[in-house]
Design a protein around this ligand. Structure first.
Ligand SMILES: Nc1ncnc2c1ncn2[C@@H]1O[C@H](COP(=O)(O)OP(=O)(O)OP(=O)(O)O)[C@@H](O)[C@H]1O
Ligand SMILES: [Mg+2]
Length: 878
């Protein structure tokens, strides 16, 4: 591979260019070698050479097997065939319940699988034993013959396969609907157990259930879990390289078939045959919010799933006694998304909506201000996390991916972070934002919204939509995340499936005293997931944490698949403490004991936020969901190809998310569940930061509100005069909020030092009251060209002493706390005009650079780009 390509691939994974050059210099032009070197970076500092060597060897072994992303197809997952599992336990044991047909089918499966190029069997022997117990297939039963005692039958199946004692209420409702041959839309919180709603029909009837699912990793995870529970399942899609699986699936050899939406469209005919032979009990569409453009994970192929309703009806298939029911399931759908789902999928008019509360009482939500951009922020924000895990890490098992505990490092935890500061010194450059409260980029939403019209705003290739989109792991197709996930080595109780009972699924505690117990309860042990917007941050933060003694690993879609599999494995085995991931570590992560979900940077929507946060506390025990975001900046849309309509919607969703962060007075859980259209009857969750701290003091901001409205109104009038005056067609320049605030500062002495941040917050409050609105037709995260409404005019002209009582929002509080005011900004700004001050500042900036950094600059003296210099150097060596 050319040096350029090697560098480009490594930088694409999120590694720093300077680290990449170091790695290539150390190991030569080998991607695998460089990745080992880079991921092992923190380990090189360990005191014990022998420990270090062992770790490096084991990791290198894993990574050595990686396939480069250019040969991704070769690394696509192969279906873990039933035979593969059985084989590992010797030859198939005859299950008492297995009938003759089952055995012959298994033999066929074994023969077939023997003929293909087998991967080594998975390491998990429990899994093999579990699948060995799989009863394939069940005796076929028509839904009508199931009878009124179906609940008893389900209970037995639950007990036998999953070890649960009973169905949850919403699961019962969904199954009742299915038994009545009706379509059903299940809306239930993350981790509530939606999968069971479509798994039971397969077990109960012996017919096949087809599950449409958006991601290969999700399908793979579910297949593995089902295999553990003795249910045969497979997945079909572009990630499936074993072609025979599809044939076997269409011949009715698996009870549950997972399939991606793209694939199902070409399988309509074979599925019709399957419906006639073994029978199809149900079409389940999981993560159905992907259908809707108004949702957060829109997938165009989901919209075409209306073919299911059209092709599997009694009137098109004469042998059917009723239309094959459709069950659509999601944890995150607003009212608008729900309507869109029903319409787009052509679900029947009689569709039942099974709705449970979206409320998760054990999740403690909070929002914290952070610049989330530098080593300083990491140190401040992760200080507590580091101390928690470094205490626990001393007794933990070793991670193959990262050093196990601070003692293994030559530096102490503190030294480690200091040492790391040197490397991060580049970040120490003067950040205007550190000095200026006012530095909220007015036009940043425009600069960074290449999606508007779908065109790149800048010519620079480095800032093209594709390039930036790629940075953020936003591109998602069905097999983009084709890595194994699942609790591979989760031990089954020794008594097997039939000898134990899990406690009844807990009902949501509704009494305040029951919920209050989550308030101060200490968090139990368990891993943390940190979500960051870009690949680069996955690496920089995981590196920072590892060097501070935490067992942390980065996870982004460009990293080698073998690394990602290892991360999944260690995560599920509880040997990793923290995963720093992009959204690539996504849907369907069903690990019970995740204790913290940290979002480090603004999420793009509340749907995405709630779904990701929902991976915490699935065991019902208290867990934390913290959002660290820069509350002094308006968030921007991550780059993506969007139509104009989609861009508007994306801004709307981002805006809702921003307002969630800015809110200081309403319970977080209430805001979240009401966003999804649920009436939150409990009023307060009692455990979020707002419920615990209480809102800030309410203030009467009538005087400020009137001044703001007057300035806006005066300007609007002037603007209208210019726009529609003599010179027809010429539009006057509208004043944006920044310019309006400048007018306020000029005209009102008492506000001459006031902060734009504060006025922005006030403008949002006025907008909520309906006193102002956006004056142009662009959708934005927050108002930019305010215009006074009739209500606003009434308020202005109101003679009475009607107060304007409000809770200051987070940015207003921040601006009040911050010593940097408008005046300090102007002073600072003026400073740059003075050559002496400028010289001193630049001098200071230069001394902030680490010696290491300067050295690396010296190393590459002449070329224009680092990459160019490296290329020249390496070519010379060759
Ligand atoms: N009736 C039940 N009793 C006890 N536990 C249950 C029951 N049903 C499901 N569970 C457990 O709930 C957990 C979550 O299940 P599942 O993955 O189906 O959630 P989900 O609703 O699909 O979540 P997500 O929206 O994140 O995909 C699983 O670990 C499962 O074992
Ligand atoms: Mg699910």
């Amino acid at each position: 591979m050319e040096p350029d390509q090697v560098v480009a691939e490594l930088v694409g994974m999120g590694f720093e260019l300077s680290d990449v050059t170091n790695a290539i210099e150390a190991v030569g032009l080998s991607i695998d070698g460089a990745i080992d070197f880079l991921l092992d970076d923190s380990r090189r500092n360990t005191a014990s050479a022998s420990t270090s060597n062992t770790c490096i060897t084991s990791c290198a072994g894993t990574l050595g097997k990686r396939a480069s992303s250019s040969s991704r197809s070769a690394s696509k997952m192969r279906q873990p065939s039933i035979n593969e599992f059985i084989q590992s336990a010797g030859r198939p044991k005859r299950s008492k319940t297995m009938n003759k047909l089952d055995m012959s089918q298994l033999e066929v499966l074994q023969r077939d699988a023997g003929g293909c190029n087998m991967h080594p069997p998975p390491e998990d022997t429990d899994l093999h034993i579990a699948v060995e117990k799989a009863e394939l297939p069940y005796n076929h039963k028509d839904e009508e013959s199931i009878g009124p005692d179906w609940e008893k039958q389900v209970k037995n199946l639950l007990h036998k396969h999953f070890g649960y004692s009973s169905l949850k209420n919403f699961q019962r409702e969904a199954l009742e609907t299915w038994l009545a041959h009706q379509d059903c839309l299940v809306l239930a919180a993350t981790g509530s157990g939606k999968s069971l709603c479509f798994q039971i029909p397969a077990l109960l009837t012996g017919k096949v259930v087809i599950v449409i699912s958006p991601l290969i990793s999700l399908m793979h995870d579910q297949c593995l879990k089902l295999a553990k529970h003795g249910v045969s399942a497979c997945f079909l899609g572009s990630g499936q390289i074993d072609r025979s699986v599809e044939q076997k699936a269409m011949a009715g050899m698996y009870s549950i078939i997972y399939v991606c939406p793209e694939t199902i469209l070409r399988l309509i005919k074979p599925l019709q045959s399957l419906a006639e032979s073994r029978g199809i009990a149900l079409f389940a569409i999981d993560e159905v919010h992907c259908v809707s453009k108004w949702g957060h994970d829109f997938r165009p192929d989901y919209r075409r799933l209306s073919v299911l309703r059209e092709n599997f009806r009694m009137d098109t298939m004469k042998f059917l006694k009723f239309d094959i029911p459709i069950m659509a399931l999601t944890a995150t759908a607003t009212t608008r998304v729900r309507e869109d789902i029903l319409q787009s999928l052509h679900m029947s008019k009689a569709t039942q909506i099974v709705l449970t509360s979206f409320f998760r009482p054990n999740l403690r939500f909070s929002v914290k201000h952070s610049r989330t951009s530098s080593i300083e922020s990491y140190k401040k924000d992760f200080h507590e996390l580091i101390s928690i895990y470094s205490r626990k890490g001393k007794t933990g098992r070793k991670s193959k991916l990262m050093p196990t505990n601070p003692e293994e490092n030559s530096d102490s935890s503190d030294n480690a972070s200091n040492g790391c500061m040197d490397e991060y010194n580049g970040i120490y450059e003067v950040n205007v934002d550190d000095v200026v409260g006012d530095a909220v980029s007015e036009s940043e939403d425009e600069v960074r919204s290449p999606g508007r019209c779908g065109l790149a705003p800048l010519k620079d290739r480095q800032l093209s939509v594709e390039y930036l989109e790629d940075e953020c792991d936003l591109v998602q197709d069905v097999d983009d995340l084709d890595v194994s996930c699942g609790e591979f080595s989760g031990k089954l109780p020794t008594k097997g499936f039939s000898g134990f009972l899990l406690p009844k699924a807990p009902d949501l505690p509704s009494k305040p005293e029951e919920r209050a117990k989550f308030q101060h309860e200490p968090l139990e042990d368990g891993p943390t997931i940190i979500y960051v917007p870009t690949r680069k941050e996955t690496l920089s933060i995981s590196k920072f944490l590892s060097r501070s003694g935490i067992k942390a690993a980065a996870y982004n879609y460009k990293l080698p698949k073998s690394h990602l599999r290892q991360v999944h494995k260690e995560f599920h085995e509880n040997t990793l403490q923290v995963i720093v991931a992009t959204i690539a570590f996504g849907m369907g992560i069903d690990k019970l004991n995740v204790r913290r979900i940290i979002h480090y940077g603004w999420p793009q929507s509340l749907e995405a936020y709630y779904q990701e946060a929902g991976r915490a506390g699935r065991d019902g025990k208290v867990a934390e969901c913290v959002l660290y975001a820069n509350l002094s900046r308006t968030p921007t849309l991550l780059p993506s190809q969007r139509s104009e309509e989609q861009t508007k919607q994306a801004y709307k969703m981002l805006s809702d998310c921003f307002r969630y962060g800015m809110n200081t007075s309403c319970c977080r859980a209430k805001t979240l569940v009401e966003y999804f259209g649920e009436r939150f009857l409990l009023e307060k969750c009692l455990v979020c930061d707002i419920c615990i701290k209480g809102p800030p003091e309410r203030q009467n901001l009538k005087a400020e509100a009137i001044i703001f409205l007057q300035v806006v109104a005066t300007h609007c009038r002037n603007f209208a005069d210019i726009s529609y005056g003599g010179d027809e067609g010429r539009l006057g320049e509208k004043l944006n909020i920044k310019a309006l605030v400048s007018r306020i500062r000029e005209q009102y002495q008492q506000f001459s030092a006031s902060d734009l941040l504060w006025w922005r917050g006030l403008a949002r409050l006025l907008e909520v009251k309906g006193f102002i609105r956006e004056g142009d037709d662009m959708t934005r995260v927050q108002i930019k060209y305010p215009e006074v409404t009739n209500r606003g005019r009434q308020f202005m002209s109101c003679e009475t002493e009607q107060p304007f009582h409000v809770y200051p929002e987070a940015d207003m509080l921040l601006s009040m706390r911050s010593p940097k005011s408008y005046s300090s900004f102007t002073e600072w700004g003026k400073g740059w005009a003075d050559p002496e001050i400028r010289r001193q500042r630049l001098q200071r900036k230069r001394t902030w650079k680490s010696p290491k950094k300067r050295k690396s600059r010296k190393r590459q003296p002449d070329s224009n780009t680092v990459r160019g210099r490296l290329t020249a150097k390496l070519s010379k060596k060759k």
